[in-house]
Design a binder for this molecule. Structure first.
Ligand code: PMP
Length: 745
């Protein structure tokens, strides 16, 4: 169509047509046009723009252009656009001698091109956002047309390149077209798409003073990736700008006020801007050769486009993306830094003693469900990370976090729905009596608070824990974590009892040196080597601690929220109901949430004596995330699944060849005891080599710990079993070279 000549009716013919078909008359003034004949009509009922369309213009496309004006006019919040004027007999488009004729009202104002800077770039972005928003839901069959002014069709520019005279520019344009065609176009069709204006340039924007008074010329409208619209606008606005990145950023920020751009859209934006500039250059050069008489007008855009392309290509791409991402408020994934560099920097800037799992360590960049991906693009089956209870990258968690952050995040000193709703949901999952919540930021803090409550309420100061327990990092709680203590660090107020097994824990209570305030059990006895506690063990221990004047605290940081199966809580094998339950890790699915749940009576007694408030504990965002974790856990039936898949996995492991001493645990918390720590370590590294992540635990480090996200299924278990069998068959194959102690959390 770009090759077809502009119609050139004389004014009398135009006037006669307007009277006959539109019942309009007045003074006509020609306006400039690229492919259609355009005129201004000043009539007694107001000003109009009359378009005699190029013969090659599809009437359906004209119909669409009028329909969109009607659509926007009845949407609230849209930008000012002309009003479509129908023919006297109600058609949007009149047809005269093969030409479509359309009429719309003339808007006040001058072209932004004539008043540069009259409206700021941010405000133009807002206008584009309003336009895109009002076009959501607009459809017309003609919107599916193929247009040269569409980045998805850059390949069609190739035959035009020879019209670009400057060889250097021709080469640059060819490169961009190539790159966009091969790298960007394949992505474009998966991005959010709708009907877009596609020509948001300063000639099509009208301003009155400092307000935008109109968006006109819907002639390039098409159904396509909406980010293309942003790119088109940017390609004009960066021309001559001292800081093109700031311009693109401002534009995006404005758009973002009405339309949420996604990271994937921003990532292709710079390429799309370059593509648009190349379209202007190539199409302009080619048309100028076809219509030398109109060359000046046609080439009007080419020079600024050439300059803008030069300045865009000179920019550093990652800086460009970073800055646009910050300005637009859309985080864009960064390319991972080289692993060796991250490792070296980490050694400098993170405290020593923060162990890295595996040797060489894993450099992770993303996760999805039960899968993790490293910087080299290798995929690992995650059978170790329980913190992401409902799986890596769960969209409901991400969306809850983002939308609550946008809406409100504050603390428990204000009345908010979210924390009340969360406490209600959480307590509903626990036995009656455990009705009152405190929120903290970690499992350690939850245990620390539980300990303070126990001491305050009982007046005692001793504690009973298992022999190789771990309960966290505060000073008090670390003292109750013999797993991490040398004998000279043991405190006299801490007494240990054996974990479930062949021993009778309750018997040990007889010889306590201090009157205990509490007994704390990690109810899956993870660091002790993973034991699913028999009910009698828990009940006898609970009875003994109560007899001795202390409280029974169930640390459910590891076992809780269905990890051990449909019984929901580790303590639930027993009939004794804990006085206090502490929670952490999985309840936030990676978001730092801890909780202490106790009885109303204990909480009241603590409140009489002591102070508790946590700035972040129970904040609105955390509460919303915590609720989402419960929602997903219930909706996806994760506790039942953990029980089913866990039983399947344990049964399969019990069938294996090799040095397996015992298979223990409950639900998706499984311990595979082997004879020696070295064997366990070799299995962990051997499995890592085969793309499956597990860990070790236990006093001797000879228990392989399997504790995947709860969305683990039988098919994942099969992958794990195969890797475990291969690692068992070839223990030497997995020997780690580091010899460093591996972390056990
Ligand atoms: N209790 C148990 C049983 C744990 O396993 C842990 C952490 N591994 C904690 C408490 C401490 O939780 P956090 O690291 O969130 O402070």
């Amino acid at each position: 169509m770009l090759e077809s000549p502009i119609p050139r009716w004389d004014l009398a013919q135009v006037a006669a047509t307007l009277v006959r078909l539109f019942h309009l008359e007045g003074d006509l003034t020609p306006l400039p046009g690229e492919r259609d004949q355009t005129l201004r009509l000043d009539s007694p009922v107001g000003g109009f723009v009359v378009r005699i369309a190029n013969r090659a213009e599809d009437l359906a496309v004209l119909d669409m252009q009028q329909a969109v004006l009607e659509h926007i006019a009845c949407r609230p919040g849209g930008p000012p656009v002309p009003e479509a004027r129908r023919t006297a007999d109600g058609r949007r488009v009149a047809e005269v001698e093969g030409h479509g004729v359309v009429v719309s009202t003339l808007l006040a104002g001058e072209m932004l091109r004539e008043a540069p800077g009259a409206v700021g770039v941010f405000d133009l972005g807002v206008a584009m956002g309003r336009l895109q928003r009002s076009l959501q839901g607009f459809f017309h069959p003609a919107a599916g047309r193929t247009l040269l002014w569409d980045a998805r069709n850059v390949a069609q520019l190739e035959p035009m390149l020879s019209a670009i005279e400057d060889p250097e520019l021709r080469h640059k344009v060819a490169n961009v077209i190539d790159q966009v065609g091969s790298e960007v176009v394949p992505i474009l069709n998966s991005l959010p798409a709708q009907v877009i204006h596609n020509d948001f340039n300063p000639e099509n924007l009208l301003v009155s003073g400092s307000t935008l008074s109109g968006v006109v010329d819907f002639g390039d409208m098409v159904h396509g990736p909406r980010v293309m619209d942003v790119a088109v606008a940017a390609s004009y606005l960066i021309a001559g700008a001292a800081d093109p990145i700031a311009v693109i950023g401002d534009l995006c920020r404005g758009v973002q006020t009405r339309v949420r751009l996604a990271a994937e859209e921003l990532e292709v934006l710079p390429n799309l801007v370059a593509a648009r500039l190349c379209q202007s250059i190539a199409i302009g050069a080619w048309r100028a050769t076809l219509h030398p008489e109109n060359a000046e007008y046609i080439l009007g855009d080419a020079e600024p486009a050439r300059e803008a392309l030069g300045s865009l290509m000179a920019l550093d791409r990652s800086e460009l993306l970073d800055r646009i991402s910050i300005a637009a408020g859309v985080p864009v994934a960064r390319h991972p830094a080289p692993t060796a560099k991250v490792l070296a920097t980490r050694r400098r800037v993170l405290a020593p003693g923060l162990f890295l799992s595996h040797a060489p360590p894993l450099h992770l960049v993303s996760g999805d469900g039960v899968w993790l991906r490293d910087a080299a693009g290798r995929r690992y089956l995650d059978a170790y990370n329980n913190v992401v209870h409902v799986g890596h990258g769960h969209p409901l968690i991400a969306q809850t976090l983002a939308s609550q952050t946008l809406r409100l995040n504050t603390n428990t000193r204000y009345l908010t729905d979210e924390v009340v709703a969360y406490a209600t949901r959480l307590t509903a999952l626990l036995p009656d009596g455990l009705d009152v919540c405190y929120f903290t930021n970690s499992g350690s803090e939850a245990n620390d608070l539980a300990w303070r409550i126990a001491r305050t309420v009982t007046g005692n100061d001793g504690v009973v824990v298992t022999e190789y327990a771990y309960h966290g990092i505060t000073a008090a709680v670390m003292a109750m974590s013999p797993e991490e203590l040398r004998p000279d660090q043991w405190e006299p107020w801490v007494t240990t009892v054996p974990p479930p097994g062949d021993h009778d824990a309750a018997a040990v209570f007889d010889g306590l040196s201090r009157v205990p305030a509490a007994l704390i059990f990690d109810t899956i006895f993870s660091s002790d080597g993973i034991f699913d506690p028999p009910g009698e063990y828990l009940d006898a221990s609970a009875a003994a601690i109560r007899e001795a004047g202390g409280l029974y605290i169930a640390d459910e940081v590891q076992a809780g929220l269905g990890r051990v199966g449909s019984r929901m809580w580790g303590f639930a094998t027993g009939s004794a109901i804990p006085d206090i339950v502490t929670l952490g890790k999985p309840i936030g699915n990676g978001h730092p949430i801890g909780a202490v749940v106790t009885t109303a009576e204990i909480a009241r007694r603590f409140a009489d004596e002591a102070y508790f408030f946590s700035t972040f504990g129970g904040n609105t965002v955390s509460a919303a995330v915590g609720t989402a974790v419960i929602d997903i856990t219930e909706a996806e039936g994760l506790p039942e699944r953990a029980e089913r898949v866990g039983n399947y996995l344990r049964a399969a492991i019990r069938q294996m060849r090799g040095p397996v001493v015992a298979v223990r645990g409950a639900g998706l918390f499984i311990g595979v005891e082997v004879e020696q720590a070295a064997t366990a370590e070799a299995i962990v590294e051997g499995m890592r080599k085969r793309g499956v992540l597990v860990g070790t635990t236990g006093p001797s480090g000879n228990v392989v710990k399997i504790r995947p996200p709860m969305v683990f299924e039988e098919r994942h278990a099969d992958v794990l079993v195969q890797a475990l069998q291969e690692a068992l068959d070839d223990p030497a194959g997995g020997h780690s070279s580091s010899g460093s102690r591996s972390p056990r959390r």
